[in-house]
Design a protein around this ligand. Structure first.
Ligand code: ADP
Length: 295
């Protein structure tokens, strides 16, 4: 009788465990089916049935969360690219139509071809920049790390931009610590990042203003800082400026495509560096790139 009781109990418990496992698995596969049908927001609710099922549910939900974020991001990027390419394409079409319809002289044709080539160049640049950002973010473009002097790079960047600063009547001050700072990083990408930050600082600072490019060691970590006395960024917009194509309302009339800071962020993150932004509208901004201590 004892044996029979144990066997019955055992079978009962086994059945219960199996039932709970299958009910959990059932819920996960239901959600998977609904996601496959196109509803990416589907998640599996927590029921705390067993450790295994809880782990499966957590992993499934985390995966679904990532997939949904990725698809949403891809949709936004394609919408943005479509929008940014439509405008120059409309201009090209307009030019071609006007030129073809009128009595255009050979010089007029030549002029139109020049303008079309220019529009094509800027579209090409936009596409290449988009691709480069995506490749840097997804680590497809492996970093070409080499050891170089970050102090030297900062001094060079200052020298390179001093003419632009002069043209814009903005004072550019470069400051590097006495002790040389060397890092192991992708030099071309760090140059690109520094140039983008400097370019913005100079672009968004009115004549008579000042831009400071500073390299320092903070708690043993190299910090690259670009400070300006420009138009500043509102707290609400500060969240968005690193998104591709985002441009603050106040700066839409200035040249740019809204990809510069997306590139800066992709490069910084690829190097495990952190970016901090301090800004006060009307007063100025400061962008800091904080490298890890052992870069
Ligand atoms: P772009 O410079 O081509 O517009 P970015 O991605 O470099 O694009 O910058 C996004 C937006 O962030 C800019 O359009 C501008 O509104 C804002 N921004 C970036 N840097 C600064 C700065 N130093 N001062 C004020 N606004 C800035």
């Amino acid at each position: 009788v004892f044996l029979a009781a144990v066997l019955t109990l055992g079978a009962g418990a086994g059945y219960l465990v199996a039932w709970r496992l299958t009910s959990g698995i059932e819920r996960v596969s239901d959600a998977a089916r609904r996601i496959a049908d196109g509803d990416l927001s589907q998640r599996v609710g927590a029921k705390h049935e067993s450790d295994e099922i809880d782990r499966l549910v957590d992993a499934f939900n985390a995966m679904s969360e990532n997939n949904e974020a990725l698809v949403t991001e891809l949709r936004t990027v394609t919408d943005d690219i479509a929008h940014d390419l439509r405008t120059p394409l409309t201009r090209i079409r307009g030019m071609a139509e006007v030129t073809a319809a009128g009595e255009t002289s050979p010089d007029g044709f030549r002029e139109m071809c020049g303008a079309v080539a220019e529009e094509c160049d800027s579209m090409m640049q936009l596409i290449n920049e988009m691709l480069e950002i995506t490749r840097t973010e997804s680590a497809i473009d492996r970093l070409e790390r080499s050891e170089f002097s970050l102090s030297g790079l900062v001094r060079q960047a200052g020298a390179l931009f001093c003419e632009i600063a002069e043209d814009r009547n903005v004072a550019l001050a470069v400051s590097v610590p006495e002790q040389e700072i060397a890092i192991r990083a992708d030099k071309l990408k760090i140059q690109r990042m520094t140039a983008n930050l400097l370019d913005n600082a100079l672009k968004f600072t009115p004549p008579g203003g000042r831009v400071e490019l500073t390299l320092a060691l903070r708690n043993g970590a190299p910090v690259l800082e670009v400070r300006d006395t420009g138009c500043g960024i509102s707290p609400a917009e500060k969240e968005k400026i690193f998104k591709r194509f985002y441009r603050c309302d106040a700066s839409r009339t200035l040249p740019g495509n809204g990809l510069g800071l997306a590139m800066v962020q992709a490069i910084a993150h690829a190097h495990r560096a952190r970016i901090e932004v301090e800004s006060e509208p009307g007063k100025g901004s400061c962008f800091s790139v904080i490298f890890p201590q052992n870069t």
